[in-house]
Design a protein around this ligand. Sequence first.
Ligand SMILES: NC(=O)c1ccc[n+]([C@@H]2O[C@H](COP(=O)([O-])OP(=O)(O)OC[C@H]3O[C@@H](n4cnc5c(N)ncnc54)[C@H](OP(=O)(O)O)[C@@H]3O)[C@@H](O)[C@H]2O)c1
Length: 304
Amino acid sequence: MPKILDGAAIAAAIKQEVGEEVRALAGEGIRPGLAAVLVGHVAASEIYVRSKVQACAELGIYSDLITPAATVTTEEMLDLVGALNARDDIDGILIQLPLPAQVDTKALLDAVAPEKDVDGFHPVNAGRLLSGRPALAPCTPAGVIEILKRSHIPIAGQHAVVVGRSDIVGKPVALLLLHENATVTICHSKTRDLGAITRQADILVAAIGRPGFITPGMVRPGATLIDVGINRLTTREEFDRFFAGDAKREATFAKRGSTIVGDIDPKAYGISGAYTPVPGGVGLLTIAMLMANTVRAAKMRRGL
Ligand SMILES: NC(=O)c1ccc[n+]([C@@H]2O[C@H](COP(=O)([O-])OP(=O)(O)OC[C@H]3O[C@@H](n4cnc5c(N)ncnc54)[C@H](OP(=O)(O)O)[C@@H]3O)[C@@H](O)[C@H]2O)c1
């Protein structure tokens, strides 16, 4: 039977450790602080940011939710980021993406002080990660490594195949796996005979953004499957493609009118050695790692 890699339990353990660190810092008169910038009213972004602010409250991290209007300009956002960079009560700055089209997202992410870049998106942190220096690593990729390590899945010497090469997930997860001494192959939309490569994977990381893209035939029996994908299914046809006959999913679908599936077809789970479910896997680690990065930033900024 494949092992289910329980994102909820791992995220809870990380949050507990972070909470202990926050309490220890409080003893020294330090309260880590996170500024969360949420522009406009994107429903998914509002849900994500609310969860992040709530996690701060649970762990004793100070949070400041800033909500500029959807009409905000790049200049106004740059001023805001400049002010947050200068604030001593703020250790981490989170700018929830996507931003409205009129805002220059790259210019804004580049304006965040690297030592407060808890999302790990600043080129300085990307460079530090590449060159193996201490860095604030992007939260979701860092969460993938936590899942593997805390589940005692060996990484060193294993062939890790990462499908996807985004700056946010694919590239940093590949680098982190490399730093853990995996042999890493990165695949993307121009990769020839993708299945022949994914079938060589001891650890297969899917960060593609396409529902159930990795089929059972693309998986080596016994491989560890790490599914970063979050894809919402809204039609009956899509639902039936993955979950026909699944009573639990059927109930969710009936209640909410949608359900989510990862980038790995759930039919592949059965031949794996271990897998992260969707939901309940990698997704839950992102906020836990954001909290960990905020505390890390607070300590690093003070030379602790
Ligand atoms: N908290 C979380 O759990 C979390 C966080 C971030 C993202 N996600 C999810 O992770 C998934 C990926 O996110 P992302 O931001 O990395 O997406 P992205 O920026 O759209 O990148 C997708 C990657 O997949 C590759 N790809 C697309 N079609 C392919 C194909 N047919 N064959 C092989 N590779 C293909 C693309 O290749 P090219 O580069 O050649 O175009 C690209 O590198 C999404 O489902 C997203 O929702 C989850």
